[in-house]
Design a protein around this ligand. Structure first.
Ligand code: PMV
Length: 331
């Protein structure tokens, strides 16, 4: 059977950085994200006897070896094992934004693959079940299995059955909240999150401080979202991101994901705040800056961002919905 799914990417407001189990993708800490309405992956999967090997195309390019292919094949093996299939698959996947550059393409990618793959094998899963599967493709993918504002509960169990994504609020809950994804470079990042976080856990002297402070950030973030308190959400998100980057920078070898334009944007946000325009930033394992603001200031802020040297594109996003199935296939 063939199935096609669309899943939106998500950006963490409190970050996941470090695993307690790298085989099952179990995190050291819980994290909270917003699903983005404008950035998505569309994926078609077909399991069939007509395929003698697994085939994978991403953005029009065939991958039949290398890291991307290995990751996808590993995920297909997981689906086959779980849903008792021996069939090979063909996958066509398309992102409507740059891949592997810090805009969470692996999150939307594995969420779309999990939904299309499970459906193609005849399964109808709950958001929780889907998130447990997607998590094993890329940790942050579990948060793309629901819409609005989502928490990935770290869980305690060794088998990962309590490490899944849970919605905090629907997309409609906070209609005037915006996240402006600002693209400063479309090059794929040099150090993948997976490698980077493992190095951080293994040798960063600041990592304990990160772990000790994150639960308070999560408590404040949950409350801030539910009360729609923009200042609380923005302040916690920005501080949380800077703490994560402090651990990245102080790891051996160091990970400095920021580019000059990244820093220019940070300073512009500080200037805007001084002028009374409330905006905050968050940055993942890449140079792109995601700017948090309210709808009333969004146009003004987007204009200011586009005037900064090095800024290539901006995408003002609202909270997006959960993954969905499509009837129009990619092949
Ligand atoms: O799930 P991964 O391997 O794409 O890692 C995501 C890591 C960060 O984007 C830096 C943080 C997060 O919580 O999304």
């Amino acid at each position: 059977m063939k199935a096609t799914a669309i899943a939106n990417s998500n950006i963490a407001l409190t970050k996941y950085w470090g695993k307690r189990d790298s085989r099952l993708f179990l995190p050291m800490n819980s994290s909270i994200s917003m699903t983005l309405d404008k950035l998505f992956t569309k994926t078609t999967v077909e399991f069939s006897e007509k395929y003698s090997i697994d085939e994978f195309w991403l953005d029009g390019k065939r991958f039949d070896s290398g890291e991307e292919f290995i990751e996808v094949k590993r995920f297909l093996d997981l689906l086959r094992k779980k849903f008792d299939s021996k069939l090979n698959a063909r996958i066509f996947s398309k992102n409507n934004f740059p891949t592997a550059a810090g805009l969470a393409s692996s999150a939307s990618g594995f969420a779309a693959l999990a939904l299309a793959g499970a459906t193609a094998l005849g399964k109808n899963l709950s958001a929780k079940e889907l998130s447990i599967i997607a998590r094993q493709g890329s940790g942050s993918a579990c948060r793309s299995c629901d819409g609005g504002f989502v928490e990935w509960l770290k869980g305690k169990k060794a088998d990962g059955s309590d490490s899944y994504a849970k919605q905090i609020a629907l997309p409609e809950h906070w209609k005037d909240f915006r996240m402006i994804a600002t693209i400063v470079s479309t090059a794929a990042k040099k150090i993948k999150s997976r490698t980077g976080m493992a190095q951080t856990v293994s040798n960063c002297p600041l990592y304990n401080g990160w772990i000790e402070s994150i639960e308070l950030d999560n408590i404040g973030m949950r409350k801030g979202i539910l009360e729609k308190n923009f200042s609380t959400v923005g302040k916690i998100a920005e501080h949380n991101c800077l703490k994560m980057h402090a651990t990245m920078i102080s790891t051996k070898p160091p990970m400095v994901y920021w580019q000059p334009a990244t820093i220019s944007i940070i300073h512009e946000i500080f200037s805007m705040r001084k002028e009374g325009i409330e905006a905050y930033f968050t940055i993942d394992a890449g140079p792109q800056v995601k700017v948090l603001c309210l709808e009333k200031n969004c146009k003004k802020i987007e204009k200011r961002l586009n005037e900064i040297g090095g800024v290539k594109e901006t995408h003002a996003c609202k909270a997006g919905g959960k993954p969905k199935l499509e009837t129009k296939h990619l092949f």
